[in-house]
Ligand binder design. Sequence first.
Ligand code: DGL
Length: 271
Amino acid sequence: MTPSNESPIGIFDSGIGGLTVVKSVMKSLPDENIIYFGDTARVPYGIKSTDTIRQYALQITDFLLKRNVKIILIACNSVAAAARTDIIKRSKKIAVLDVIDAGTKAAVSQSSNHGNIGVIGTLATIGSGSYEQALRELDNRIQVYSRACPMLVPLAEEGWTDNHIAIEILKLYLADFQNKNLDSMILGCTHYPLFKESIARVLGEELTIIDSADAIAAMARDHLQKQDKLNSRSGGSFDCYVSDKPQRFKMLAERFLGQKISRVEIVNLKG
Ligand code: DGL
C-alpha cells in the first residue's frame, strides 16, 4: 500500500536514545503520527561491527515498512554510519533521512567558511569516518577533529549527565578539542544532547553545539512540506515498539518526553 499523508513517520534507534529525535519531531511536527522502534534487546550498537549493525537495522527497516510509514528517520548515528545506503535501497519508495546528514549540514551552515568542526560519537560512528566524509563532501577545506567517547552512553543511561563524574570524564574526552579553535561541535550520538550543558561548561559557552535531533526534525518538516505530505488532521499519535523490557522503556520514555505513553509493545524481529 502506498503511504498517505496520515501514514506515520517511522523513527528508530538502538534503544532509548532516539527519543531525543522523537522529542524534536513532536515539537516541530505536532500533528504527525509517529512509530518508534527501540532495539532494547540488542543495545548498545556503538560497540558492534558494521555487519551486525547493518543486519539489525535492516530488520527494523522491514518492520517499519510493514507499518506503511511515509518516511524513515534513522535516529541512531551508529546505524547511519553503518547502514544508511542499505536502508535507502531497502526503502525504495519513501525518503530516508539520517542524523549524520542532518547534523553535518547544520554544522556547516552554522560554522565559518572552511572552519574547524569537532565531532564526538560512539566507537562505531567515529571509527567509520562517516562524519568526516560527509563534512568534506559539503566543504573539502573543513578541518574535522573527532573523538569516540564510549563512556557517555552508559553515563546517560544512568542519568549521570551533569554530576562531578560526568564533568571529569568530559574533561578527559574533550581535552584535545580545547586548543583547536572550534567553530562548532557535533553531538554525533543520540545520547549526547543530554550532556549539552555539561559540554558547554567544559568547552566554553560560546561554542556552537550541534544537536542532530533538532537538525533532523527540521529536515523532516521541510521534506514533508515540500512533498506536500504533511498530515492535515490535528493531534498526532505516538506508537512505541521495543525488542525487550517494555515497562522500563515506558517509564524512561515518559520521564524523557514529559508525557504519558499509552503502551509500549514488545516485538521479536527475528520472528
Ligand atoms: N544510538 C547510538 C548512537 O547514536 C548510541 C547508543 C548505542 O551505542 O547503541 O550511536
